[in-house]
Design a protein around this ligand. Structure first.
Ligand code: FA5
Length: 343
């Protein structure tokens, strides 16, 4: 019991010397923690003869309660001292805290996810491909040789290379190279959606960026025809824009499809009558599409007598603009929080 008394006075002396939260915590561990001196005494009670156990036990328990009380008091004192010190230094701890910034998904990420969810529900799997691409996949394999005039409509960022390299690399101008990449590695039936960034060396305006996103669709199987393409793309457009929106297909030439089309959606503002937002047309273009060219199926080793397919490339920014009534594509990448916070 004399030992206990000594322990207690040593503990109290050390406690009065512990000046901050860290020192108080170290003290708590040394005396009251699981390996602490007081805890050890309590645990050792069982080894005492029965007649001593009760008295020593009572004293040790009382000591623990005392020390806990003393610790709580010292903690309050230390906190008050810390606050007083901060206030003396000019910090008003009673001011309300600053609200943290809450992050959210970029509107293009949101639109992309909605598009992929709608396509997933229609049975399309998702794949990805590289943003830095071989000239071969971006152009030649898609029947766009170096002399083809349609290269001009996709002005290109070429990467610098060593003079001896024979194969050129570029920032992909479209997601269509993934048609080839996917078919090279997978056999039909194919139903795949490939989202991604694309880059074009062009002057920006309200509807053109030099970096934007596309989602490529590819479906190849026995018996796929233009009507499957029309049905699939119409259903997809309606999933995004509502069941009442009209979709139309206009003849258009892309070297890697035959026949090819551009896909328009009825303008949501004027309902097709023509207004400023749709340039008086009543329709807005959202994608290029068509039946996969026979030569492309053959080049990836598919039996073109047995399999046919359709492909389409959707512009994600254009779809986000239409869905949210945004009149300038450059808003997406200007990093103006006033714009981004609306989504
Ligand atoms: C293509 O890129 C073709 N690869 C699409 C395709 C795929 C056709 C499969 C046939 C089969 P185009 O250059 O028209 O086509 O671009 C497709 C879509 O991307 C356009 O409808 C438009 O929505 C969007 N787009 C094109 N250029 C820009 C740009 N500079 N800024 C923002 N969006 C653009």
């Amino acid at each position: 019991m004399a030992d206990l008394e000594a322990l207690r006075s040593r503990a109290l002396i050390e406690l009065s010397a512990a000046g901050d939260a860290a020192a108080l915590d170290a003290w708590r561990l040394a005396y009251l923690g699981r390996q602490g001196a007081v805890t050890r005494v309590l645990r050792g009670l069982g080894e005492l003869p029965a007649e001593e156990r009760r008295a020593v036990g009572a004293m040790a328990n009382a000591m623990r309660a005392d020390l806990e009380g003393a610790l709580a008091q010292r903690q309050t004192e230390a906190e008050n001292a810390a606050i007083a010190q901060m206030e003396a230094g000019g910090i008003d701890v009673t001011l309300p805290g600053r609200e943290g910034l809450v992050g959210r998904l970029h509107p293009i990420t949101q639109t992309l996810r909605e598009m992929l969810a709608a396509l997933g529900a229609m049975g399309f799997q998702v794949a990805e491909g590289p943003e830095v691409e071989w000239e071969y996949y971006n152009f030649d394999a898609l029947r766009i040789p170096w002399y083809h005039p349609s290269r001009d409509s996709q002005d290109t960022f070429w990467l610098e290379q060593k003079p001896e390299s024979e194969k050129r690399v570029l920032l992909r101008t479209q997601t269509s190279p993934n048609q080839i990449r996917f078919m090279e590695k997978n056999q039909p039936p194919v139903r795949v959606a490939v989202p991604g960034r694309v880059y074009r060396f062009e002057a920006t305006d309200a509807t053109h960026e030099w970096m934007f996103h596309q989602v490529e669709l590819l479906a190849v199987d026995e018996g796929i025809s233009f009507k499957h393409m029309k049905g699939t793309l119409t259903q997809f457009a309606r999933a995004l824009f509502g069941q009442d929106r009209e979709v139309r297909f206009r003849c258009h030439y892309f070297p890697f499809v035959e026949p090819g089309a551009e896909v328009d959606i009825q303008c949501g503002l004027c309902g097709g009558a023509g207004c400023r937002s749709c340039g008086g047309e009543g329709w807005l273009e959202i994608a290029g599409a068509g039946m996969v060219h026979r030569e492309i199926l053959e080049n990836v080793g598919y039996d073109a007598d047995r399999y046919t397919g359709f492909a389409a490339g959707f512009g994600v920014e254009r779809i986000a603009m239409l869905r949210h009534g945004i009149d300038d594509i450059r808003n997406f990448y200007a990093n103006d929080l006033r714009f981004l916070r609306q989504f």
